[in-house]
Design a protein around this ligand. Structure first.
Ligand SMILES: Cc1cc2nc3c(=O)[nH]c(=O)nc-3n(C[C@H](O)[C@H](O)[C@H](O)COP(=O)(O)O)c2cc1C
Length: 221
């Protein structure tokens, strides 16, 4: 699959092999494998080592599944119901640093937690699994259902699954199961001072024996 993505400069194929398919088998994921993804996230860097990330997970076919699954929007439910696990990614927005007595805001809570999510996704890729982030869900419903306090931001949800080679998706979605490309490096990196113009995203490339990628949190047209 990495052959579909070419980097301009040499990088480990891990970075181009990670992608976000939607066609999952729904098979069970064992505890050690799932926990190894969170373990990878645990070692992410964070400002003051505050480690603001928190994860709530539910395995498919367990009582914990429904509240997470039901919070997804219709589009995401249409494919993520075949995930092996769903994860809610939270970040603490404040903490009490060592030596202090009063909680202080963590300005980097989302940045730090983004690094942790990326580590989770790369570890999943290393093990042949996929971690597909989702922004399309009802945050307030989730907050109520899972008892998430106000000092924890709900960053995203993640569907973890094993990719199916069968055409398990609805036709429109199946056609969108492609690895996406990236903006050229020159358009996202500049030396010295701001110098970015508006650019269109490159076209996606089809993936053999699979499907789509599209606007994640929108229903297919
Ligand atoms: C924060 C975030 C929210 C996303 N929301 C959704 C979503 O709601 N539904 C979906 O199908 N994909 C969603 N995606 C997946 C993106 O569309 C995908 O990561 C992006 O197109 C790049 O493709 P790749 O991950 O395959 O490289 C989301 C990704 C991120 C990081």
């Amino acid at each position: 699959m990495s052959l579909q993505r070419k980097s301009k400069y040499p990088i480990d194929s891990l970075f181009t092999c990670r992608w976000s398919p939607r066609a999952f088998t729904g098979e069970p994921i064992d505890d050690t494998t799932l926990m190894s993804f969170f373990e990878a996230a645990r070692w992410a860097p964070s400002s003051f080592n505050a480690q603001p990330w928190r994860f709530i997970y539910a395995r498919r076919d367990t009582p914990a599944w429904a509240p997470l699954h039901d919070a997804l929007n219709e589009f995401n439910r249409s494919w993520a119901h075949r995930a092996s696990a769903l994860v809610v990614v939270l970040s603490r927005t404040s903490w009490t640093p060592p030596g202090k007595t009063q909680p202080q805001p963590i300005p980097t809570h989302s940045f730090d937690t983004g690094a942790a999510w990326a580590s989770l996704a790369f570890q999943a890729t290393l093990k042949g699994w996929h971690a597909h982030a989702m922004g399309g869900f009802d945050r307030e419903q989730l907050r109520q259902a899972l008892g998430i306090p106000d000092d924890h931001a709900i960053e995203a949800m993640v569907a973890i699954g094993w990719r199916s080679d069968e055409p398990v998706l609805p036709e429109a979605l199946q056609a969108r199961e492609v690895m996406s490309q990236r903006l050229p490096l020159e358009q996202v990196v500049v030396e010295g001072r701001f110098g970015f113009g508006g650019v269109a995203a490159p076209a996606p490339v089809p993936v053999p024996s699979a499907q789509p990628v599209g606007e994640p949190d929108k229903a297919p047209a």
